[in-house]
Design a protein around this ligand. Sequence first.
Ligand SMILES: O=P(O)(O)OC[C@H]1O[C@H](OP(=O)(O)OP(=O)(O)O)[C@H](O)[C@@H]1O
Ligand SMILES: O=C(O)c1cc(=O)[nH]c(=O)[nH]1
Length: 177
Amino acid sequence: MSDREDLLRHINDKAVIRGRVTLSSGRVADYYVDLRRITLDGESAPLAGSALLDATADLDYDAVGGLTLGADPVGTAMMHAAGARGRRLDAFVVRKSGKEHGLQRRIEGPDVAGRRVLAVEDTSTTGGSVLTAVDALREEGARIAGVAVIVDRGARERITDEGLPYRAVFELSDLDV
Ligand SMILES: O=P(O)(O)OC[C@H]1O[C@H](OP(=O)(O)OP(=O)(O)O)[C@H](O)[C@@H]1O
Ligand SMILES: O=C(O)c1cc(=O)[nH]c(=O)[nH]1
């Protein structure tokens, strides 16, 4: 079984939660894909990191991250999967709002200014969260190589309409939902 097939089994077994739920956008749905149960799972997270590296192999970037919180373990899974392949890949975290104390950085981690970065999400429904990260990254002087998610929940059109390459390891139709 390939890593991608293995990951799909993990997602269907551990992350697909049925029941009424309010989504980030305020929409109501009758299932949730809780990918934190994958990206924070010691067996599943390396599969997710590896599958995202494969799905973005045609894109040129050297740092990866997105809007906290869902994106954080996605970026670090990719960083470690890249390291296991002998490739240096940095990670970063985009805060939802700027921090008032300390160094008052909106984007934590190695500087992204002037670098080609990949904006990631665990899942993207409206694309609003990942595009918030894209805006913050551009403000910081980063160049966006593309957007990548583990599961696309409907954001493809909005993100590609922005002119951004979009890669998803899985579409909703791949899942048992
Ligand atoms: O494409 P969108 O409509 O923006 O929805 C997707 C977002 O929703 C979830 O995060 P959530 O907003 O629940 O916040 P969290 O990551 O802080 O848990 C998920 O991790 C994405 O970030
Ligand atoms: O749209 C969302 O907020 C959302 C949907 C989903 O399936 N999983 C998730 O973490 N967020």
